[in-house]
Design a binder for this molecule. Sequence first.
Ligand code: BEZ
Length: 249
Amino acid sequence: MNWNSDLYTQKHAFVFQYGEGLLEVLDPKPGERILDLGCGSGELTQRIAESGATVIGIDSSADMLEKARTQFPNLEFYQRSATEFSFDEPFDAIFSNAVLHWVADYETAVRQMVKALKPGGRLVIEFGGKNNVAIIVDAVARQLEKFGYPFTLFWFFPSIGEYTPVLERYGFAVRLAQHYDRDTLLSDPETGLTDWIEQFGGYFFENVTPSDKTAILEAVNVALRPVLFRDGHWYADYKRIRIIAEKSL
Ligand code: BEZ
């Protein structure tokens, strides 16, 4: 998928702002070697570096990496996917915020992560959990179908029960697993919902004509206003899955 890194920074900065809470859980220490998996435009990678840890950021999007390198020229970033990466030296910790729901082949990602960690190394991850943005997804699906287009969900939003057994199978001890609601305020009071769908849901409209896309987005806005518009703002119905695990010794 092509990321619009400017739209991301202008309208969806909450993605890395919420990641600050996960950084506290990571608690990086000077001298540690940490991988930021799916670093995006690098804001959290920079925050990890400020702790005195050595950090490497990887992301599959060239556009986001360009932004990351421009903003943080002193940091190390590589274009790698979550299912294909390897580094000579193992890491003390892997951190990943709001990324793993893009990785359908999650077993391969888990195998890669366990391989990249030192024994006892920690995994601190948060991403979209079961029923994440289900209200938005259902509304888009309904309108696509109404206009005669197929609908496919390309995100993977697992439950704790689906994800943690895979971690255990590949050698992680799961220390904490949470699934929680986090309604998320979208920054633009007028176009917040459309901005979100444009930024993250581009795939939905791959074969949709521009005029149908406009009509579908308008219909989704009308349908969801009574549900997701409160106090002058749009909210997305986020559900997060947060996991802390350790690679067995
Ligand atoms: C999320 O962070 O939950 C998310 C972001 C983009 C698309 C889908 C989900």
